[in-house]
Design a protein around this ligand. Structure first.
Ligand code: NAD
Length: 496
């Protein structure tokens, strides 16, 4: 286990055999009011660690500290902030194997996926190190003689950051890095299921970043208490949230009511279209990766496979063959292709959606079974369901597990219509060898991100990320587009 320094933990018994990882509030490591036990989903007997849980009053303390610290942090130089982001990124990259192991152990994605995610987090901090120095403004020609019109960006103030469990270090990184780089202070609340990666990231941020007290705060605890305090506080100028659609909508309404800025990244029901002219090998590998890697627990995962009649049967047969060769096992075991589902609740949800698809006439042609492995864990074989219609519940709602359904369509036109027939609009994809289909699909897809011959999941860290329709609300995340959310524009007029 990653061992925290003495000052950062509470000892829960006299022999100091167990320690609890603390919150970081106002520049100090602080005890919570309760304890969260972090369990390894690959091995339910393995306790990853115990983490402090804060209440509303402690969240308020962190918000006050961030609010006070903001006054000085916003006057720090761009170079100071760039250097801080650079040091954080350097340490994340240097420790990617160790932190990737911790991530995979607590979340259940495979070790290469865990290491890849930590690498991304490191690169995100490096990117925003540069961005801190690139935040330019502009001068406009004036309509009055002798007047200068200047436009520049300023930090928003205190940013409340609320994150989900499925990318325990990358999502926090791509919210925290731009917030700090552009001169905001931060109150960060990670998801209950994955406090380990969040704690490790926070410890690096405060130590390697050498930030003044209060600029960055880690407050682990319940969404209904800690998260809610952040959403409701008038001192929190902007709230960035990634998580489920229901929670996001409620947070959005609360923020709107008090006039706070809000950015919501929520669910998806991402279509992958396979047309008759697709390269079959490419289509199968794109679909397997997009639907089932990271145990299908990706907001951009391909959950609806929309397949043209002429290639349907060959595609399904090739998918079943490929799925049969995948190894579902302990996330940390070498050779594992797919790790366990993150929790019992998520496993129950996956199984209930498979059942619902069956009851509506879907045929489970592969998987959907609980698996026994050397250790007790939430192991589920990846489920491929054919004979589904787009109107079925399995194709309307987000499952968020290793479950993909196949919808057979007559032709390309029907494929586009079915792909766009969803309340979501995060990511979409097409497998084709024709420039005509690729170009047309890129134009007509109603998703925020469109992939050609690539999985619907898997994006670059310097490009804008986000969806349309019910999937997202507010400005894009990542890349230089992130400045829209984390800064506020000021226009000044000067008669010289
Ligand atoms: P969730 O909505 O249950 O929780 C997300 C976060 O919100 C957690 O930190 C939680 O504690 C907090 N929260 C819960 N209730 C709250 C409240 N009342 N006030 C404030 N905060 C509250 O989501 P999850 O189960 O952790 O994550 C899975 C979901 O995240 C899926 O729907 C997935 O699609 C989505 N997701 C979206 C993206 C994207 O970029 N669009 C990326 C990853 C995950």
């Amino acid at each position: 286990m990653l061992e925290p320094p003495e000052s950062h933990v509470i000892h829960t018994d006299r022999r100091k055999e167990r320690s609890v990882f603390k919150n970081f509030i106002g520049g100090e490591w602080m005890e919570g009011v309760a304890i969260n036990r972090n369990i390894n989903p690959s091995n339910l007997d393995d306790l990853v660690g115990e983490y402090a849980r804060a209440d509303e009053a402690q969240a308020q303390h962190a918000i006050d500290a961030a609010f006070d610290a903001q006054q000085t942090w916003q006057r720090s130089t761009a170079e100071e902030r760039a250097d801080a982001m650079d040091r954080i990124g350097t340490e994340l990259l240097a420790r990617r194997e160790e932190l990737g192991r911790l991530l995979s152990r607590e979340e259940g994605k495979t070790l290469p996926e865990g290491i890849g995610e930590v690498t991304r987090a490191g690169r995100v901090f490096k990117f925003f190190s540069g961005e801190a120095l690139r935040l330019g403004g502009e001068r406009l020609p004036a309509i009055r003689a002798g007047v200068d019109v200047d436009v520049h960006r300023e930090p928003e103030g205190v940013i409340g950051i609320i994150t989900p469990w499925n990318f325990p270090i990358a999502i926090p990184a791509w919210k925290i890095a731009p917030a700090l780089a552009y001169g905001n202070s931060v109150v960060f609340k990670p998801a209950d299921l994955v406090p380990g990666s969040a704690w490790a990231l926070a410890e690096i941020i405060v130590r390697a970043g050498k930030l003044p007290p209060g600029v960055f705060n880690l407050v682990m605890g319940a969404g209904s208490q800690v998260g809610n305090a952040m959403v409701k506080s008038p001192k929190v100028r902007a709230v960035t949230f990634t998580g489920s659609t229901g929670t996001g909508r409620r947070i959005g309404l609360d923020c709107m009511e008090r006039g706070a800025k809000v950015q919501l990244e929520m669910g998806g029901k991402n279509p992958l279209v396979i047309v008759n002219d697709a390269d079959l090998d490419v289509a199968v590998s794109v679909a397997i990766n997009g639907s089932f890697y990271s145990t299908g627990q990706r907001c951009t995962g391909s959950s609806r496979l929309i397949v043209e009649d002429g290639i349907h049967d060959r595609f399904v047969a090739a998918m079943v063959e490929k799925l049969s060769a995948l190894r579902i096992d302990d996330a940390l075991q070498p050779g594992t292709d797919i790790g366990p589902v993150v929790s019992q609740d998520q496993l129950d949800q996956d199984l209930s959606y498979i059942e619902s698809a069956r009851s509506e006439g879907g045929r489970v042609v592969f998987g959907g079974d609980l698996l026994q492995r050397a250790t007790a864990g939430h192991y589920l074989s990846p489920a491929l369901i054919t004979d589904t219609e787009n109107a079925m519940r399995i194709n309307r709602e987000e499952v968020f597990g290793p479950v993909a359904s196949v919808i057979r369509v007559r032709d390309y036109e029907e494929a586009v219509a079915v792909a766009n027939d969803t309340v979501f609009g995060l990511s979409s994809g097409i497998c084709t060898t024709s420039l005509k289909h690729a170009t047309d699909f890129k134009r007509r897809s109603t998703a925020g991100m469109v992939m050609v011959n690539l999985p619907t999941a898997g994006v670059d860290y310097h490009a804008p990320f986000g969806g349309r329709k019910g999937s997202s609300y507010g400005p894009r995340e990542q890349g230089s587009y992130a400045r829209e959310f984390y800064t506020s524009v000021k226009t000044t007029y000067t008669l010289a």
